[in-house]
Design a protein. Sequence first.
Lengths: 43, 189
Amino acid sequence: MEIGKPERQITVEPLEDPVPREMPAEEPERAPAEPERETVPAA
Amino acid sequence: VTGAPDYIAAIVGWRVWAVLDTDDGTRLASVYYRVPWPVRHRLSGECFAGNGLSRFLGWHSEGHLAPNRECQCGIYAARDVTNALQHLRATHRPLHSSSGLARTKPFHYVLGWVSLWGDVVECRAGWRAEHAYPQRIFVPARTLASESVTDVETIAESLADYGVPVEILAGVGTGSEIARVLGPQARAA
């Protein structure tokens, strides 16, 4: 590609990554909730 | 200690890509060297100095990191879409032909915006960069020879792997048609 003569050399450090992130993986199945503990009345 | 960068946002320019079938799927590739562009990972420039073909093109003879101001290396992008299209016309070969450098053969050519960052050599009409990734891809529905591309939607869908917007340019193929359709956005940066 013809882009002409160099004019200057610069440094570019984007704050935001130009590469899109991977699609989030499917959420793992949630572990079954722990059964509620029976409350024992205080003596 | 590194110095402060000159810019904190990627430069955006125009370029054209060949579209190849690879073992990993449909991929963009540089038109001349047919280097496949990875999906969801940046492409980093590499100087081909020492490559016999490059020696005659004004490249530095000693190895170095790309881009080097005194060489011709780096990942290229143009300020203007017409400039990028001129490159495509200049290097265009009939589809499915072999360039000698290519291990795989392109079945279409597309264009788009590309983000550039890292060390960048700024030139009068474009840039040569250390790192790059497509930002937006336009898929012409016709080839430069005005042949219809029957599977243009499939091509567009497969290029969606890059995770950036992919847009079909319906009914256009030639450089002047593309430049007209893209008119208002023909200058990306």
